[in-house]
Design a protein around this ligand. Sequence first.
Ligand SMILES: Cc1ncc(COP(=O)(O)O)c(C=O)c1O
Length: 431
Amino acid sequence: MSGMQGGETAQKPLAKAKPMGPIPPGYGAVDGVLAVDGVPVTRLVEEAGQNGRGTPLFVYSAALLRARVAQLRAALPESVAIHYAMKANPFAPLLALMGTLVDGLDIASGGELAMARAAGVAAARISFAGPGKRDAELEAAIAEGVTLNLESEAEAHRALAIADRLGVVPRLAIRVNPEFDLKGSGMKMGGGAKQFGLDEARVPALAREIVASGAEWRGFHIYAGSQALDAEAIIDTQAQTLALAARLAREAGVGVPHLNLGGGFGIPYFGGDVALDVGRIGQALGERLAQLPDELKDTQFCVELGRWLVGEAGVYLTRIVERKESHGEVFLITDGGLHHQLAASGQFGTVVRRNYPVAIASRFAPVDAAEMEVASVVGCLCTPLDRLAEKAEFLIAKVGDLVAVFCAGAYGASASPAAFLGQGPAVEILV
Ligand SMILES: Cc1ncc(COP(=O)(O)O)c(C=O)c1O
């Protein structure tokens, strides 16, 4: 294998070029073509094309997924379980693999429950968080023995009534809306009025009621935010989470069999972003767990991560259909777009649009500056929002070349409006 490896910086940027995020580690080149697990993407596209369209194509790397989980296991204290939040990527083969690698799955709907079960994950390893759970979803989860992270008193009462009707002992935990949020996170899920979880002050009464009902009391779920790259902020949030769980248990007079510490581990998407130091987080958590308050002495802990586990293991490949110049600017028009990669277009949880790591995949090799240009990679939708990269620096590409959008393993295919303009879904493969 030769050529530019992920994580390497290219040469000095051309004038006017906007920055892009760093190409994740683990990608290489074979004969100048981007390779996933040593296989050139041109071949992957060709193989995908045998069953229909070759592009647009999502490729997920099993080797990178395995490496990621192993990295996290090595970093975290052994007693901390790893849960995968399947909302990040529910592609069936990926889910089945993740089911064998992690300790638990977090689902957010009855649809995800069905997918998780079809992927072979035992219901006892599944927990269900998310507001607005319908009765039918509660019933399916309770009947199967899934842990419900209850988002409100009303949801708790519906769950207890359903369990009573079914004659089943439900597994119930309370999702707490903490007073703190995860500093620097891209999406905050705590700190003030939120549609998630119960406000701290209301938790003790409901915890007592659940225990008194004879349900299996599972403890607390405290999720304060998502997409943070600052290890110190995550360490601080975990410390606050432990303290809060201990205080709520004390006030309620109940134990804490399980404590879901949340997650929030981010990945570098944009220019200037630096990968999270998970070793540092694991070390700090280990120190905390070595001096737990009495209320948490018998507690089992877990973290709940989506994008950190799967985001960098995926790449979105799309083909250049046309090169166009307008007012002196180059547009590389592709057969993909925001209908598969909403997040890369800047429409999914970001305030200011910035460039994901994007490269010409069919010419993925170091070149000299003379072969570079500033161009925008756009999709085939008739909306100006459909930009995969804006005024960034690329090797001069031709019609037929493949473009790779990295960090496409999370919130890509399943979090984008594939039906828009009759385009339809992209092909997905796990290699
Ligand atoms: C409750 C809960 N768990 C897990 C996640 C996954 O977040 P991420 O993919 O950033 O790890 C989210 C994200 O919205 C969430 O709301």
